[in-house]
Design a binder for this molecule. Structure first.
Ligand code: FAD
Length: 329
């Protein structure tokens, strides 16, 4: 009989791990959100959609290129060649070249994860609240103390602070100082496309805002109207994390209008999203791409092990899958 393995979190890392170990283990995935995506989510209302987390990704490693190949073939992942500029409040904007391929999923960022999920056993809207030892198994409970099942192995792919809250300290070790996760605000707008500048995206300097993208202009979108995603700098978000959210929204709206010369009347909808654990600082010399305790049958992976990008989430899970394959065999 195959060992049972519970994976907490169905972002890119959790799904990568589940796909790569489906031959070796009986896998159950638990995801607290209503849909797949994690930080590669797409938010929708009746008429619009915004990719409010990851904006694009690179595929530098051979392993990630191979993983993406069938999804590129199927049109779930497409190369993005935007007209991208550098913008700052005081200088003239200038065009920003990109020297390697950048990809987005289509028709929304979370479609890569939807395509990856296939036949996997995923329980959405299920938050794992506690993980406890009962004889030779791990028991998972939700926030209502409801037993979610008993498993031989547990892997957390949740962001570091959430993994720390779930897994025993003994697994993670004392020295996690090299890993940091930082917040980010996302401002999501609808604006008539005719009112927007001609460029597709901007990297912003010397401002609370660090990134602006005209989301509807991404390839593969079926957009009927202009949608804009604005991201703040992490240090600005950290400073204003607990501020009144209406005030934060207003500051960012004003800054957006100043930077782009879009008139406030052209903005027909504005929503604010607070990412508490958005990005992790680059880990210069990671001790390992993942955390694994074979004796306890516990592990953790995710972008935070390697430095906060989509490709890091894949690499961490891919490396952990390789290590687990040896011990599950
Ligand atoms: C605003 C923003 C902009 C970004 N921009 C880029 C970019 O342009 N390019 C790039 O490469 N990367 C970018 N990133 C980073 C990228 O999104 C992440 O590196 C990647 O998505 C991380 O994947 P993951 O699977 O490691 O984690 P996640 O996607 O966070 O997946 C973890 C999952 O665990 C779930 N979870 C957490 N706790 C529990 C629990 N107790 N029970 C059940 N489920 C739980 C969460 O809901 C989540 O779905 C950005 C991120 C943000 C937030």
């Amino acid at each position: 009989m195959k060992p049972s393995l519970a994976i907490i979190g169905a972002g890119l890392a959790g799904l990568t791990l589940a796909r790569e170990l489906s031959e070796q283990a009986e896998i159950s995935l638990f995801e607290k959100a209503r849909g797949l995506g994690g930080r590669m989510s797409t938010r929708r209302n009746a008429t619009h959609q915004w990719d409010h987390g990851a904006q694009f990704f690179t595929a530098r490693s051979k392993a990630f290129q191979s993983q993406l190949a069938p999804f590129i073939e199927a049109g779930n992942v497409v190369e993005w060649q935007p007209n991208i500029i550098t913008l700052s409040p005081s200088d003239k904007p200038f065009k920003r070249p990109w020297f390697e391929p950048h990809y987005v999923a289509a028709p929304g960022m979370n479609f890569l994860l939807k395509a990856m999920s296939g036949e996997l056993n995923i329980q959405l809207s299920t938050r794992v609240e506690t993980v406890t030892r009962a004889q030779d198994k791990w028991q998972l409970f939700d926030e209502h103390a409801q037993l979610l099942g008993e498993y031989d192995w547990v892997v957390s792919s949740a962001p570091l602070p959430q993994t720390q809250a779930l897994l025993p300290k003994a697994l993670l070790g004392d020295d996690l100082a090299q890993y940091h996760m930082q917040p980010c605000y996302a401002l999501l707008l609808t604006v008539d496309d005719a009112e927007l500048p001609h460029w597709d995206a901007a990297k912003v300097n010397h401002s609370a805002i660090r990134w602006i993208s005209f989301n509807h202009r991404l390839p593969g979108r079926n957009a009927k109207a202009g949608t804009v995603v604005v991201h703040t700098r992490s240090d600005w978000a950290a400073e204003h994390l607990e501020d009144d959210q209406e005030q934060v929204k207003q500051i960012l709206l004003n800054t957006f209008c100043e930077l782009t010369q879009v008139i406030p009347e052209a903005i027909t909808l504005a929503q604010l999203h607070r990412w508490r654990y958005a990005l992790s600082a680059e880990v210069i010399e990671p001790e390992s791409e993942f955390i694994l305790n074979v004796e306890q049958k516990l592990a953790a992976c995710g972008d935070w092990c390697l430095g906060g990008r989509v490709e890091a989430a894949f690499a961490s899970a891919h490396q952990l899958a390789g290590a687990l394959r040896k011990v599950l065999a």
